[in-house]
Design a protein around this ligand. Structure first.
Ligand code: MN
Length: 201
């Protein structure tokens, strides 16, 4: 059974950038919904159910066709959201070392990376995610994904995703996605993203 990891901060810890009500509904309704539907899809498929979530998503094309779309939607949703909660912090830290150097060499500077990350996410059409990933050659890359598609299904390693479904921001920011993205950047902990980079680079 797939389970939700505990949140490392309280629902109101990211105020005023991400409001407590959005955090509560997003974490305990939306994310939990993905996990429940994933477990439901896997209940009669013990071979798939025994796989770690990352392996399920990496091997999405070898799954039984009767559960493949449910795993894309709900397994992807579970994985995306787990990374998302861990990427935010009430006391975010800057990146350093090899990760910072790689950001600077790919995007020009830390600030230019942040601007391009926001612009990429702002440009997602409809519901989806803006992602910083490592491609199969370990190059940093900004991509857009639709719905709950995971970069793992594309053979890429997700480092940082921002949820741009309206449920992530509509209560506080309504249609103003750019304002939400600016707020997200205030609570984004790039030291956490650096740990993921170091593990996969
Ligand atoms: Mn979401």
């Amino acid at each position: 059974m797939h389970k939700q990891k505990q949140l490392l901060y309280s629902f109101d810890a990211l105020e005023p950038y991400i409001d407590a009500k959005t955090m509560e509904i997003h974490f305990s309704k939306h994310h939990v919904g993905y996990i429940n539907k994933l477990n439901d899809a896997l209940k009669d498929h013990p071979d798939s159910a025994s796989l770690e979530l990352e392996d399920l998503l990496k091997n999405i094309n070898s799954l039984d066709p009767s559960i493949k779309q449910a795993v894309i939607n709900h397994g992807g949703g579970h994985h995306n959201h787990t990374l998302f909660w861990e990427s935010m912090s009430p006391s975010p830290k800057d990146p350093s070392g090899k990760f910072l150097e790689s950001l600077e060499s790919k995007f020009g500077s830390l600030q230019e990376f942040k601007d391009k990350f926001v612009a990429n996410a702002a440009g997602v059409f409809g519901s989806g995610w803006g992602y910083l990933v490592l491609d199969s050659d370990s190059n940093l890359e900004l991509i857009k994904t639709s719905n709950q598609d995971s970069p793992l299904m594309l053979g890429k390693t997700p480092l940082l995703g921002v949820d741009v479904w309206e449920h992530a921001y509509y209560l506080k920011y309504q249609n103003k996605r750019p304002d939400y993205l600016d707020a997200f950047m205030k609570v984004l902990d790039l030291s956490v993203v650096e740990e993921r980079f170091n593990k996969n680079y």
